[in-house]
Every structure is written in C-alpha cells, then in structure tokens.
Design a protein around this ligand. Structure first.
Ligand code: TYC
Length: 119
C-alpha cells in the first residue's frame, strides 16, 4: 500500500521528483505511480430444470461468441455440475453480459439465471 502525504507532491518519496518536465517544484502534476488494473469478474451460468439445452447453447453463442462445440461443452458442464464460467471480463462488461442474458431469458420465458463473481 502506498501512503499519499497531503504535504508533498504526488510521487515525492517514491523515487520520482513529481515535478514532471518543468522546474516548478511543489506543483502536483504526477498521476499515481501504480495505477490499479481493473479487477476481473467471472460471468457464471446456473443450471435449472426447465431451460432447454438448445436455448443455453444459443445464449453462449450469441453473447459470449462461442462456436457450437464450445457452447455445447459449457452448457453440458453447467447441466452436470450446476454452474459454469461463460467468460471473465472487467466489471462493467460482465454486468452488461449478465443483464443481456437475463433479459433474453425473460423475453423467452425461461428461468435461466446468470450472475457475477469476482475472479
Ligand atoms: N438442465 C437443463 C435441461 O435439462 C439444461 C440447462 C443447461 C439449463 C444449462 C440451464 O445453464 C443451464 N433442460
């Protein structure tokens, strides 16, 4: 963890002058030394007793860009184990995928459930 002093320019004390290319010492123009990479989220598909297998395969092809073989493999995994990973994405994309799947399932009156989990 990096502590940021309220009294020093950003970057002071971490090996960088914090002054950028100009000579205006004391003006805080530097961005964080260690930008955090966005955390990743798994999109999970859940099994149920009613959604047709063909519909799940269609969802995996349409929203996760799987080919027929991949989609069938993931669908059968979910069918047998109860849950499976459709893909891993940054939060906003994962959230969008979940909403797309849930909307599409609802429109077609299937109880298919899809959710997020931090990777
Ligand atoms: N269990 C369903 C059936 O037998 C198929 C199914 C697979 C449903 C995967 C949901 O996420 C799922 N028709």
């Amino acid at each position: 963890m990096t502590l940021v002093s309220p009294f020093l320019p950003l970057g002071a004390g971490d090996g960088d002058s914090g002054a950028g290319d100009d000579d205006q010492l004391g003006i805080a123009t530097k961005t964080r030394a260690k930008p955090k990479k966005p955390s990743q989220f798994k999109v999970l598909m859940l099994n149920d007793d009613y959604t047709p297998m063909e519909f799940v395969v269609m969802v995996l092809k349409r929203f996760f860009h799987m080919d027929l073989e991949q989609a069938t493999r993931v669908m059968l995994h979910v069918h047998q184990k109860g849950v499976g990973v459709c893909g891993i994405f940054p939060y906003e994309i994962a959230e969008t995928k979940v909403n797309q799947v849930m909307d599409f399932a609802r429109q077609n009156q299937h109880p298919l459930q899809c959710t997020l989990e931090k990777a």
